[in-house]
Design a protein around this ligand. Structure first.
Ligand SMILES: Cc1cc2nc3c(=O)[nH]c(=O)nc-3n(C[C@H](O)[C@H](O)[C@H](O)COP(=O)(O)O)c2cc1C
Length: 324
């Protein structure tokens, strides 16, 4: 048995679970593992590195699974030819987050790929729907990585009410186990998209120490802000900020962001060196509040199956309890 929804039907997948296109972390190994387990793996095309994208597309095509490709929209707008590269590979879906999807919607839909748009507000959802988004991902502020301020619990049902029944809505932000999937379905979502949970899996392309920190942290230990973006010189447009684990670097600069901007030249080099050396007292571990629900580092397959089975059992149990 598995949970069938408008999302599983639209994408032809067994479980209503999507891998977040985490910049570089969601490579072919992780994405193919999620797809192989019955979810949809979405490659983390992120800011857009053509060599990375070519390599990971070639690798995932060898596995012959269905896959998606995700981009940070405002960054894709600076090198739009990357979309051609993506579409030539025949992805099942292209996911756009953070920026105006309008310039890219038509070629994506013409290629036959599903257009997935990740949004953080009702206005953004309306815009994405108006350019033909096939699936909307409603991302709450609990999410790891960049996002905005609305919480998942209110954003998901409000967005569904605003958009209507024709476009499947996927919940993202703070979901890491079967309870989260079951709750998302109760809110009216057709599935979930998870980043933080998949970050701490065997296949994720990130240092073991970063995974271990996610495994140890509680949900109290993350913060949303711009300190790391300033340090790595990746300035994002409003309203987006990034959620990461708190560390020494974040504590040192939070509240002093303007000073960090002034000293960005010196701090940038040190930051990159720390990241290269795997020093996560300085470098960011990009993760969301769901870290508090992550207590092991299993395979991605295990995550997909466990989350789906737990949710199914919870949903069955809830109806039984109600009828008792
Ligand atoms: C390490 C990391 C990197 C991320 N990078 C991207 C990205 O490049 N593009 C994107 O659309 N979303 C990115 N996200 C956000 C996810 O798409 C998603 O909204 C989020 O992971 C969901 O919340 P969760 O972390 O609680 O599962 C990233 C998230 C994480 C944790």
């Amino acid at each position: 048995m598995s949970i069938q929804t408008a999302l599983t039907k639209r994408l032809g997948i067994r479980h209503p679970v999507l891998l977040a296109p985490m910049d570089v972390v969601a490579d072919a190994s992780l994405a193919s593992a999620v797809s192989g387990a019955g979810g949809l793996g979405i490659l983390g095309g992120g800011y857009g590195d053509a060599a990375w994208l070519e390599r990971e597309i070639a690798r995932i095509k060898e596995t012959q699974v269905r896959f998606g490709i995700g981009f940070i929209t405002w960054s894709l707008a600076k090198q739009p030819r990357l979309l051609d590269l993506a579409l030539e590979s025949g992805p099942a879906a292209v996911m756009l987050s953070f920026g105006d999807p309008a310039p890219f919607a038509e070629p994506i839909k013409r290629s036959g790929a599903a257009l997935i748009c990740q949004v953080q507000t009702i206005d953004m959802a309306r815009e994405a729907a108006s350019v033909g988004a096939d699936i909307l991902v409603a991302q709450g502020t609990e999410a790891g990585g960049h996002g905005a301020t609305r919480s998942t619990l209110t954003l998901v049902p409000e967005l569904i009410d605003a958009i209507g029944p024709d476009v499947p809505v996927v919940a993202a932000g703070g979901i890491a186990d079967g309870r989260g999937l079951a709750a998302a379905l109760m809110l009216g979502a057709s599935g979930v998209l998870m980043g933080t949970r998949f970050y701490a899996t065997k296949e994720a392309a990130i240092a073991a120490e970063a995974k271990a920190r996610v495994q140890r942290a509680t949900g109290d230990e993350t913060a949303r802000g711009v300190v790391f973006d300033i340090a790595r010189k990746r300035v994002w447009p409003a309203p987006f900020t990034g959620r990461c684990l708190r560390n020494d670097f974040l504590e040192r600069w939070t509240g002093r962001e303007l000073e960090l901007v002034r000293r960005a030249e010196q701090e940038h080099a040190g930051y990159l060196a720390a990241r290269e050396a795997g020093n996560f007292d300085i470098a960011a571990v990009i993760a969301g509040e769901a870290v508090g629900l992550v207590r092991d580092i299993p395979s991605a397959r295990e995550v997909v199956v466990r989350v789906s089975q737990e949710a199914e059992a919870l949903l069955k149990g809830a109806t039984q309890r109600l009828s008792e």
